[in-house]
Design a binder for this molecule. Sequence first.
Ligand code: HEM
Length: 485
Amino acid sequence: MIPDTLHEFVADMSPSVAVTATVGLLMLLGFLTFKSVSSDNVLPGVPELKGVPIMGAMPIYLKHGMPQLLGKLIAIGDDGISYANVVNNVLVSIHDPAMVREVLAYPEEIASREGDPGRMSWSPFWTLRRLIGNSLFSYVGPETSHQRNVFIREFNSTKSNSEKFDTITEIATVHANALTSEGSTAEVDDIKYSADNFAIALWGEILYGNPNHHVGGRVLSLSETIINLAGNPWPSVWYSFQLFLKLVTPGEPTRSEAKLRARVAKVVERNIGKLEEHERNNPDAPLKTIRNLSVMTGGGRTGPLSKFASEFANLNLFGGHHSIGLNVTWSLIDLDKHPECLAKLMAEINAVDTTDFTNVNSKMPYLNAVIMESNRLHPTVHATLRVINREITLASSKKPVVLKPGEFVPERFLGGYKKDQPFMSFGYGPRNCVGYKFAILAAKVYLVTLLKMYQMDVKDHDHEMKLGTLLETTKPVAVKVSRRY
Ligand code: HEM
């Protein structure tokens, strides 16, 4: 039950407008709009998810979280759009690619991730900011484009990714080998954890020179905690409640959030210690990535990191591990279900030198098609949110949308990805993903390493998608791995 005080507060909140983009089931794309309303006839002709009087869909949100509420909205929005009243706001889900693109292309003044802290205190991006502080995710304004450029140079450029390739291959090999250690076969309870650990170790090594980043599970547990809290409505409710009672300053973390922030700071501090040790022991080695990002944003070659690099260190504890891990996991599930695709991929893997960056990055069209198709069908970041700051007409909303079933056909990506295809697994518009190419490269390398080394048998064939903060599997992905050599 929701306390009366809280109910009053929620009902009292200034109306605001938000939009959430969802890349949902069957690769539909969705949006949620929270909009100032006083009547229920907000979007005539658009299907409405009926909630309870006054609270609207708020109880569904509180009981099941935003991803589940989204799932319900997608289910009723046959034309790619649906909505629910949430107290005095309206939550609109748009899952039509044209509409999603239109909203994601809006400039910050019209649509941003967070909105005003007082008015949109429950936004998942606000929770994230309170947990890990500022980051590129939350910045708006001129500083943003500078920061995006730094990221893009480091993670989306062929040159910088080619420099990281040997490290990715090395870490992938160590982690693939560890699945069976000395033996020839092994039963892996959940390949997701192995894939996540590969990604965690990879980040540890490339950022700080610490390939043992995953050991002890601290980073994994911290990362999971942050992801879950960001997708959970209760931290926002608790924060709103404290804000109402003036127990917390707008935008500042609550006490429990501050505790978690301190844990993040501790892990980062330990990593910096490793970085300094690496720098002392290898004075002539190229800069590790976090130092490089720091130097690119005004920091020194030793000593404290720049503000930007420190913020990325915090952001990294939340993002980039599980998303890469899930990419590999979903690809394995899809390939297991489609042996003819796996056979084509294996033929390609066996025909080229996969220790060569250019091959893996851009000369293995079928590998690329598999990763793209897996991302299209199972987009890890299945939803995002935009707060509408200025009224705007959704010009594309009148277009009828043809819904197509989601079949796994990597061939659609052979010949490249065309800009007019509704593929938005890495976002779209001015705030799309700046780690796209690095993530794809890391996923490719680990997938290729696993497939070369092992025959992988995904045990169950009924894995379904579960809308969590990220796109999860409904249950662990048990795999039998048998060495090929
Ligand atoms: C499979 C892995 C990944 C997926 C599916 C993914 C997906 C996305 C998506 C959909 C967005 C846009 C969110 C929105 O519109 O609100 C985004 C933004 C972003 N991503 Fe990724 N991402 C991945 C990996 C990475 C990696 C490895 C990095 C780090 C290098 C990264 C850094 C970022 C940053 C900083 C933004 C915010 C950009 C901005 O606000 O201007 N991502 N990502």
